[in-house]
Design a binder for this molecule. Structure first.
Ligand code: KMH
Ligand code: ZN
Length: 273
């Protein structure tokens, strides 16, 4: 089986230190956390940033500060995957700016709208096409975030329109209230719905993180873990760090005979330059 690419989603936008005091917020905290995640086996850091008020930010200087701190702290250098999803309600211009101005190796691309916990996550078709066009023009590799099966159909239509390159790399984000649940049969259905030449990872939300990660390890997919998605190590026991969550899945994967990809191996596997 091909090596496991592990992503650490270290901060997120719907999280706070009140929910878990170990959540990394500042560039220094994110850098220390990312370093530990890379040492534990993460190849990709999925990055949201915060302003000095600790609130979610799409400000370019906030991104620059975190990117520089993470790059300086980590050896090997992980793929830093910028979020263009931001927080629910972030204006589209602010969501687009990080890829246009900072030209990362990789960034997330959200293709469909949905209820999102107690809010609405809007991805208007016109904006999605515009954003996808920027990825293509700039050569930024998108990770397509899909929260329910309809988002896979939208992705396929973007490929048909020439706005997305093949192979597509999907992230199945399962268990967001408002999207598809995180049962194993949902993962199997999502997996069967994509083309066989595409690649995929799963991000299980909350209590779904551990079982879906283990399913993906044995199904041959990739895995995302981290406090953006799940604040707990076990039921009622907060995670002490993102690295603790990464280390667990790296350990499970190696136990079943599947090695973990280094950042450079992940670059090669995902077609990054
Ligand atoms: N915060 C969510 C509304 C992404 O990073 O692209 C969107 C999100 C997805 O986290
Ligand atoms: Zn995110």
């Amino acid at each position: 089986m091909k090596k496991l690419i592990l992503t650490a989603a270290i901060t997120g936008a719907e999280t706070s230190k009140e929910m878990n005091p170990a959540l990394p917020i500042t560039p220094e905290e994110q850098a220390a956390d990312a370093k530990a995640c890379v040492e534990a086996g993460a190849a990709i850091i999925h990055l949201h940033v915060r302003g000095s008020d600790t609130k979610p930010s799409q400000n370019l200087d906030d991104f620059r500060a975190s990117i520089e701190a993470i790059r300086a702290a980590c050896n090997p250098k992980p793929i830093i995957q910028l979020s263009t999803g931001g927080a629910v309600g972030a204006p589209m211009e602010q969501r687009i700016a990080p890829i246009v101005e900072l030209k990362p190796e990789m960034a997330s691309l959200n293709v469909g709208s949905m209820n999102f916990i107690d809010d609405v996550f809007i991805n208007h078709p016109e904006d999605v096409e515009k954003l996808a066009g920027h990825f293509k023009d700039l050569g930024v590799i998108p990770e397509v975030e899909v929260y329910e099966p309809g988002h896979i159909d939208i992705t396929k239509s973007l490929v048909k329109k020439g706005l997305l390159n093949k192979p597509v790399h999907y992230q199945f984000v399962l268990g967001v209230p408002g999207g598809c649940n995180g049962d194993a049969r949902s993962l199997v259905f999502m997996h069967e719905s994509i083309d066989s030449d595409d690649s995929w990872a799963v991000a299980g939300i909350g209590r779904y993180e551990l079982p879906l990660s283990v399913h993906a390890v044995v199904m041959g997919g990739y895995v995302r873990v981290g406090m953006e998605d799940n604040l707990y190590y076990h039921k009622g026991e907060l995670a002490t760090s993102n690295a603790q969550l990464v280390e667990r899945i790296a350990r499970v994967s190696k136990e079943v005979g599947r090695e973990v990809a280094s950042p450079d191996e992940a670059r090669e596997m995902l077609g990054l330059k």
